[in-house]
Design a binder for this molecule. Structure first.
Ligand code: ADP
Ligand code: MG
Length: 439
């Protein structure tokens, strides 16, 4: 990876810069982190100041991973792979009086884009943040598929609470980390501190609690922590990938407790929201994004905001690297592999097939002139899905539904959109169908 980076860098920086600062660096790739070793602090600072943004963008672009981190160290590359010392520190820091909250300041309600798919979840989260510990909101369970903003909302709650009560003892922890910390505490004989710590909090947020599955000792500990916090009206918030009652291999007594308070689902965002998210993220990055590019990406990447953001990051890295503007054609080319993996199945025909199956009608009915309700509603649903999930224009969609004109399609989209707000069974159908189509 580094030698690829170097050869690109060589074309981008002056020859002197290249041979003075960049070429002498040694590189090591450990656990998805590109560590660069500089011979002294001066070089490290210089590279950090002048080149790190470029290097990071480039490395992410080349590695096709927007999670890749690049860091600089002084010294030379170790011959033996190093054990990461960070982990050892964690637990003692956690029990020290200086509370580490684990909360990321940049994830807030302010930069959480709202849409139909997440507005309930956001509203409940804001309510919890306004009244932590209050009975009707405790515990709060937030659930939904991956990359839809659960973790973002947890941090937003934490930031909101801390902005009003800077001394509140608020902790965010991922469930896997909780398990690891606990195992370590048991080994180190510090489990009493561990317990004391978690039971002393005002707000405990545990992310992706489904990872507690089959971890009996952890579940036992969590159960007692839960009780201790709950009895004293301290707020507990968890997220999971499925409805709390349905998390597999978690004790019933925990599952039932999680359904005591309030819960909210977060759904994949609809097209407009995906566009708005992209525009927002680009703005945060100080990048100007044309709306047609946002639409293009949002139409291609449908089910996961994290991937949407990853695509944007790759487009930005590509643009920085080539000094070319981000256009639809450029994005199509630069993200070819990613887009191909999404382009597969969703065709109008496929939508018609799945909708017909779902409502137990014939595919021909969707194209027929029949206006009976049992056929008309599914037909509108199928048209709305076609608009949402494919790149076809309204007239094209109309044509595939027995030669209807574009105003009929538009009307169908509007009707379904309104009904989703007022009729929960339509909303449920819509969600189930998008899931079926996106999987
Ligand atoms: P989850 O925890 O559900 O897997 P995350 O909270 O990690 O998902 O979200 C993935 C990425 O998408 C994060 O970078 C997050 O900031 C972003 N994201 C998700 N939903 C939204 C939204 N509605 N507005 C802005 N950013 C969002
Ligand atoms: Mg998450």
């Amino acid at each position: 990876l580094w030698s690829d980076c170097l050869s690109h860098l060589q074309t981008k920086v002056s020859a002197t810069d290249y041979s003075t600062w960049l070429r002498p660096l040694q590189a090591d790739l450990v656990n998805g982190e590109l560590v660069l070793y500089a011979q002294n602090q001066f070089v490290a600072n210089w590279v950090q100041d002048k080149f790190i943004t470029e290097i990071t963008g480039l490395a992410r672009f080349l590695a096709k991973s927007d999670e890749l981190q690049v860091s600089l160290r002084v010294g030379s590359k170790p011959t033996e792979p190093q054990a990461t010392p960070v982990v050892e520190k964690v637990e003692s820091e956690l029990v020290s009086p200086n509370l580490r909250t684990g909360i990321t300041e940049t994830l807030t309600f302010g930069n959480f884009v709202q849409g139909k798919s997440n507005q309930l979840a956001k509203a409940v989260a804001q309510q919890v943040a306004a009244n932590p510990g209050e009975n009707h909101c405790n515990p709060f369970s937030l659930y939904g598929g991956t990359g839809l903003g659960k973790t973002h909302l947890l941090h937003a709650i934490g930031n909101e609470i801390l902005s009003h009560k800077p001394n509140a003892r608020v902790v965010y922890i991922h469930s896997e980390r909780f398990v690891q910390d606990m195992v370590k505490a048991i080994k180190a004989n510090t489990i009493e501190n561990f317990k004391k710590f978690y039971r002393s909090l005002d707000v405990l947020m545990i992310d992706d609690i489904q990872f507690f599955a089959n971890k009996e000792v952890t579940q036992e500990e969590f159960f007692h922590t839960f009780n201790s916090l709950f009895e004293r009206s301290k707020q507990i918030i968890v997220t999971s990938d499925v409805f709390p009652k349905n998390i597999e291999n978690i004790e019933e007594r925990i599952r039932s407790r999680l359904s005591w308070g309030v819960n909210a689902a977060i759904e994949p965002p609809e097209l407009e929201t995906r566009v708005a998210i992209l525009m927002k993220k680009a703005e945060e990055r100080g990048v100007y994004l044309e709306e047609d590019v946002a639409f293009f990406l949002a139409q291609k990447l449908r089910t996961n905001v994290r991937e949407l953001e990853g695509a944007l990051n790759r487009a930005i890295a590509w643009s920085n690297f080539t000094h070319r503007p981000i256009t639809v054609d450029a994005v199509r080319e630069a993200l070819k592999d990613l887009i191909a993996s999404y382009d597969h199945l969703i065709t109008i025909e496929n939508i018609q097939k799945i909708v017909a199956e779902y409502y137990n009608i014939k595919m021909a009915d969707l194209k027929s002139k029949s206006r009976t309700r049992s056929v008309a509603r599914p037909r509108q649903m199928a048209m709305a899905l076609a608009k949402e999930l494919t790149n076809h224009s309204l007239p094209e969609i109309g044509r595939e539904f027995g030669g209807r004109d574009h105003t009929t399609v538009m009307h169908a989209c509007k009707t379904i959109s309104e009904m989703r707000d007022t009729d929960s069974s339509i909303q449920e159908d819509y969600t189930n169908l998008t899931r079926k189509l996106s999987s």
